[in-house]
Design a protein around this ligand. Structure first.
Ligand SMILES: Nc1ncnc2c1ncn2[C@@H]1O[C@H](COP(=O)(O)OP(=O)(O)OP(=O)(O)O)[C@@H](O)[C@H]1O
Ligand SMILES: O=P(O)(O)O[C@H]1[C@H](O)[C@@H](O)[C@H](OP(=O)(O)O)[C@@H](OP(=O)(O)O)[C@H]1O
Ligand SMILES: [Mg+2]
Ligand SMILES: [Mg+2]
Length: 341
């Protein structure tokens, strides 16, 4: 969208860690130069008593926060909430999160996409029932069903054999581990903007390893965040070893189509998704994770991307108000509201 002059005030409500990484002076300055003021929401005070805000940008959890957003929306119907809590909640469960992928219809003759085979286990009894997982091929990754941003929700285990399943704590998702050359693609979405970057992932598991592992369960957490891997900052040689540099990116148009499809289906503006390329095929891509409001500051030039997005949001809000619709949100389901530029 072309540069516009519609500025506004955006209240941000973020956990301290997210605030530290996202709210940088470089972002504040650039946004300000385009008429966007970013103001911290004080979580010790009621949201309705703060502002006025044209928009509330948030990543906080819990019923009290949801109630506060609802109250704010009732009091200030023209204010935007980015994004709608009901839409975000879909990403808090690793099953509903990926269900949306199967709803996407994208025309591409060479590349295909989907999700790895997975099952959900709610209790120990089912976990110990061989029938429950007989359709799965090992190794599998055990992921907590809940993906609510807690440290616990990122604790995963690579499970090589069935006999260690009893060590897992349901509710979990068991997802087939797919070899993908040790490199993951992270696709950042900010409204219409889509950016794909390469990151470190788990290394492939060889056929020998599948049968002869000494450790049948390997725990890990946030592997793609472990270090900043780029060619210049390759302290442990991973970049060179895993050929991160040589790894071909997925076709950009294909990635953009998936991103836009997901955005529409999820009714979200701010998210990223993790994609791996199935090493068995080379043109088959699997979406394994979708995250609300990810670490945008890790995206090169995030200040310009976010600032443009804020301007686009303000422009669209202004246009819709001028059209006299009064309401700028698009109603979807009962109680669910979303806004997309
Ligand atoms: N099915 C799979 N096959 C191969 N590797 C996988 C698979 N699922 C996950 N991984 C690896 O495990 C890592 C963590 O998985 P996932 O992205 O689901 O967890 P997460 O904690 O939600 O991550 P994030 O920090 O991105 O939120 C991935 O980045 C990838 O390296
Ligand atoms: O703490 P939760 O709510 O789970 O969110 C995390 C996401 O799951 C991760 O995907 C973010 O890291 P990436 O931007 O590298 O995906 C990660 O980014 P951060 O560590 O920079 O904040 C978080 O946003
Ligand atoms: Mg992930
Ligand atoms: Mg995640």
């Amino acid at each position: 969208m072309a540069e516009n002059t519609f500025g506004g005030v955006i209240g941000y409500a973020l956990a301290p860690k997210k605030q530290n990484s996202f709210i940088r002076d470089s972002l504040l300055t650039l946004a300000k130069s385009r008429g966007i003021e970013l103001v911290r929401v004080d979580s010790d005070k009621p949201l309705v008593d703060q502002g006025p805000f044209d928009c509330v940008l948030h990543k906080l959890y819990g019923d009290d926060w949801k109630r506060q957003l609802q109250e704010f929306k009732t009091r200030f119907p023209n204010a935007l909430i980015l994004d709608a809590p009901e839409a975000i909640e879909r990403l808090h469960n690793r099953i509903s999160m990926l269900q949306v992928v199967s709803e996407l219809r994208i025309q591409d003759r060479t590349d295909t996409f989907g999700i790895p085979k997975q099952i959900v286990i709610y209790d120990k009894a089912t976990l110990m029932d061989p029938q429950a997982w007989e359709s799965l091929k090992f190794p599998v990754i055990a992921k907590p069903l809940v993906a609510d941003g807690s440290a616990k929700s990122h604790k995963m285990a690579l499970v090589f054999t069935r006999d260690v399943l009893d060590k897992l704590k349901p509710p979990i998702v068991l997802q087939e581990f797919v070899n993908h050359g040790g490199v993951i693609f992270k696709v950042y979405v900010v409204g219409e903007h889509v950016r794909c970057v390469k990151r470190k992932s788990l290394p492939d598991v060889s056929e020998e390893k599948k049968v002869g592992v000494s450790e049948n369960l390997m725990s890990f957490s946030q592997v793609s965040n472990l270090a900043n891997h780029d060619a210049e900052n390759d302290n442990d040689g991973y970049y060179r070893l895993m050929h991160l540099d040589d790894t071909e990116m997925p076709p950009n148009a294909f990635v953009v189509d998936i991103a836009r499809g997901l955005r529409r289906a999820l009714k979200l503006n701010l998210f990223n998704f993790d994609v791996i390329r199935d090493a068995r095929y080379g043109n088959r891509y699997l979406i394994i994770d979708i995250n609300y409001f990810p670490g945008y500051a890790k995206m090169p030039g995030y200040e310009a991307v976010l600032t443009q997005f804020f301007c686009d949001v303000m422009l669209k809000k202004e246009q819709e108000e001028q059209q006299g619709e009064g309401r700028v949100t698009v109603s979807t389901k009962d109680n669910e509201e979303s806004f997309q530029v």
